[in-house]
Design a protein around this ligand. Structure first.
Ligand SMILES: Nc1nc2c(ncn2[C@@H]2O[C@H](COP(=O)(O)OP(=O)(O)O)[C@@H](O)[C@H]2O)c(=O)[nH]1
Ligand SMILES: [Mg+2]
Length: 225
């Protein structure tokens, strides 16, 4: 395999498969209720006709996110796997990633080959980020109703995620969120890293996020050749 691909995919540990020879893994993190599951559902609907997708969800004690995705029938049931993380959801995506790695690899073995695996974090706070050993790219989802000062306050998700999604802009007028200020604050924290303002539950709301994932997939496939 090529080892001189784009810098965006640094060397990393994976249990059994080489980078580029497996599905692109994209992590979705962010506070509870920001719209991570809604984003996963909308991405599946937008991309499933052209991209072979699997989903791994992380909940603390339940499998609620997976059950929601199953009820919504965004993918065939065998493509959706739930990891119950126990006490600390951020630990399962950042420190002891073995349960998630296993879930991703078993999913790929069971239904693969896949193009894309979406891993949703059981979000608990603003600091939860994914290990680079688990995902190749991470999306951090916040929403305008969670407070328009979140981009200014920063934190590793806001500052370092490969993509920051500011969701629920349809609610901005109701909660008095200042989107312009959020954009300025996010740019100050993130420099050149992209930020998308959207409402993933609105018609077409997922499109910019789906386009970003599509670009990452194209880059991933280029490494794979
Ligand atoms: N108004 C509005 N509600 C949304 C949007 N996206 C998600 N929601 C709602 O926000 C709540 C939490 O969404 P969910 O995806 O479960 O959040 P998660 O905890 O981050 O996975 C649900 O009631 C969603 O229907 C959006 O773009 N606009
Ligand atoms: Mg969720």
């Amino acid at each position: 395999m090529h080892r001189d691909g784009p810098e965006v995919f640094p060397e990393r540990y994976t249990a059994s498969v080489e980078v580029g020879e497996r599905a692109l893994r994209v992590g979705l993190g962010g506070p509870v209720g920001s719209g991570k599951t809604a984003t996963v559902a909308a991405l599946c609907r937008a991309l499933r006709a052209t991209v072979s997708i699997g989903v791994v969800t992380n909940d603390i004690y339940t499998r609620e996110d997976a059950d929601f995705l199953l009820r919504e029938a965004v993918l065939p049931a065998e493509r959706i796997v739930a990891v119950e993380t126990g006490a600390c959801p951020h630990t399962a995506i950042r420190d002891d990633i073995s349960a998630n790695l296993e879930a991703v690899e078993e999913l790929e073995e069971a239904v693969g080959p896949l193009d894309l695996v979406l891993v949703e974090s059981g979000g608990d706070n603003l600091t939860a980020t994914f290990s680079r050993g688990l995902v190749d790219a991470q999306v951090f989802v916040i929403d305008v109703a969670g407070g328009d000062d979140i981009p200014r306050k920063g934190g590793p998700g806001v500052t370092t995620a490969d993509l920051l999604v500011v969701n629920k802009i349809d609610l901005a007028p109701y909660v008095g969120a200042d989107l312009e200020r959020m954009a300025v604050d996010a740019a100050a924290q993130r420099g050149a890293l992209p930020v998308l303002f959207t409402a993933v539950k609105q018609p077409g709301g997922i499109d910019p996020v789906a386009a970003w994932v599509g670009d990452r997939l194209a880059a991933w496939r280029a490494v794979r050749t």
